[in-house]
Design a binder for this molecule. Structure first.
Ligand SMILES: [Fe+2]
Length: 303
């Protein structure tokens, strides 16, 4: 049995300006949104509480599906590094970026270099970070996809892009031959209709086509700040697709209060010698009184 936690959308780094010039772009609107609304909704003390609960649950690994920051300032990226270290060492925690972590155009080294050891593929130097990343842990291969790119004001869409999709297909086919449990991590939901057009994954259909051809055992996403279980077609059977609430949400709307997921993977060999992965999902939710996290609902069999 291998277990891992799925955490997303920390948004737990209060923007610390190093000068007004930092707001002379889309960040100006984002900073205003943070001051007027988001700083009351996304609370760092909830992330503190979540991390404490998560350590008590002792999963074998933790994955984060993006949006560690608010407006992707350099000061936030440095602060988010501390959250990553609180979750665990880089070998134990895998992160991918979200749209808030790519708020304005910049080379990746300026955006995510402090996180590179938490994102990079096994055996690759952090200075050579690229996506998809592949990290093998137990029976699982974590395949990190970046859909994070700068967009215009009031947009939060994402795109994987053709070169990354081609690399993803090659990697999924190879990992399928190696008979490991392929878990694809992506910030934007790949299922149509889950996010509004201005917040959606622009090339979701192309990603779905890759998944139909190459297959995967599970897709995990963030972005919606809601816990969702859906599926996409796969080559032999449907692929479960799971989204999770924001880690820091106070519960501004029904169904939005902070949650994280625990996923258990059990590998079984069938009588014919085939390998089957049983995936079970448990949710843990922030208590309304703020005193900790509790189990939410029953164990959900994903496959
Ligand atoms: Fe988010």
């Amino acid at each position: 049995m291998f277990s891992f936690a799925h955490v997303s959308d920390l948004h737990a780094t209060p923007p610390q300006l190093r000068g007004p010039m930092e707001l002379l772009n889309k960040r100006g609107l984002g900073w205003l949104s943070w001051q007027l609304r988001r700083r009351r909704i996304h609370r760092p003390e909830i992330v503190e509480c979540l991390i404490e609960d998560l350590h008590a649950q002792r999963p074998d690994h933790v994955v984060l599906t993006g949006d560690l920051t608010q407006i992707g300032l350099a000061s936030e990226v440095e602060a988010a590094r501390i959250w990553l270290e609180r979750l665990g060492p880089a070998a134990h925690v895998t992160a991918i970026p979200g749209n808030h972590d790519a708020y304005v155009s910049a080379p990746w080294q300026e955006r995510w270099e402090p996180w590179a050891d938490y994102m990079v593929s096994d055996g690759v130097e952090p200075t050579s970070l690229s996506f998809p990343s592949v990290r093998r842990r137990g029976p699982v291969a974590l395949v990190g996809v970046s859909s994070a790119l700068p967009t215009g004001p009031l947009r939060a869409s994402g795109c994987v892009g053709t070169p990354q999709l081609q690399r993803l297909e090659t990697q999924l086919v190879e990992l399928g031959r190696a008979r490991v449990c392929r878990v694809v991590l992506i910030h934007h939901p790949p299922v149509a209709g889950v996010a509004s057009p201005r917040r959606a994954l622009d090339d979701a259909e192309a990603l779905q086509a890759v998944l139909v051809r190459a297959g995967a055992e599970l897709v995990l996403h963030g972005h919606t700040h809601r816990s969702l279980v859906g599926e996409l077609p796969g080559p032999q059977r449907p692929i479960p697709v799971v989204g999770v609430c924001s880690a820091s949400e106070v519960g501004s709307k029904p169904g939005k209060r902070s949650q994280y997921h625990l996923i258990e993977v059990e590998e079984r060999v069938t009588a014919k010698g085939d390998i089957h992965f049983s995936l079970a999902l448990r949710s843990r939710a922030y208590r309304p009184d703020g005193s900790g996290f509790d189990p939410l609902g029953e164990v959900h069999a994903l496959s």
